[in-house]
Design a protein around this ligand. Structure first.
Ligand code: MN3
Length: 204
């Protein structure tokens, strides 16, 4: 999808992730925040027709092709568009557990599911201010990382498999300042089947 950039509908109902992620947050987060990133990306690209054919992913992978004056706007709003479009489908309810090849890879990389959970939580909690925590495939290996603001691992050539949004807008209505409670709740709504699809595609 290229210019004008749009956002996908949620792949489930707004209340589907209750009680872990509340309906009001999903409305606000998807309809207002995500939509605003698309609107602002379009505004930033309005006068740059040479970039209109590029998808958000292509823009983020080629930020050096964006004129300097617009680069920060494209990085922030393009990241906001792509990251949230990736985020919604890695959640679902009931949540699942890693299976098969992905489970084996997680065990190999982190020792166990619990250890993975611990490391991912650490990345989510350790991100100061706004940003994201990610499980990525980096040169064939699973890795956990976090990014600031709307920066995306795809800009660094890494392939995202799973992410959590740790901007306050992702949890403040329900959890107020308790990011840890939100991160803990998130593990109940991870759709590991979707993560496994990303893993299979990334390994090709
Ligand atoms: Mn967000």
């Amino acid at each position: 999808m290229a210019y004008p950039h749009t956002i996908p509908d949620l792949p489930y109902a707004y209340d589907a992730l209750e009680p872990y992620i509340d309906t009001a947050t999903m409305h606000e987060h998807h309809d207002k925040h995500h939509q605003a990133y698309a609107n602002n990306l379009n505004k930033a690209l309005e006068a740059l027709p040479a970039l209109h054919k590029l998808s958000a992913e292509q823009l983020l992978k080629n930020l050096d092709k964006v004129p300097k004056a617009s680069r920060t706007a494209v990085r922030n709003h393009g990241g906001g568009v792509w990251n949230h479009s990736f985020f919604w489908p890695v959640m679902g309810k009931p949540g699942t557990r890693p299976e098969g090849e992905l489970k084996a890879a997680l065990d190999k990389a982190f020792g166990s599911y619990d250890k993975f959970k611990e490391e991912f939580t650490k990345a989510a909690m350790g991100r100061f201010g706004s940003g994201w925590a990610w499980l990525v495939l980096d040169k064939g290996k699973l890795a956990i990382m976090s990014t600031a603001n709307q920066d995306s691992p795809i800009t660094e050539g890494k392939t995202p498999l799973l992410c959590i949004d740790v901007w306050e807008h992702a949890y403040y209505l329900k959890y107020q300042s308790k990011r840890a409670a939100y991160v803990e709740a998130f593990f109940n709504v991870i759709d590991w089947k979707k993560v496994a699809e990303h893993y299979a595609a990334a390994k090709k």
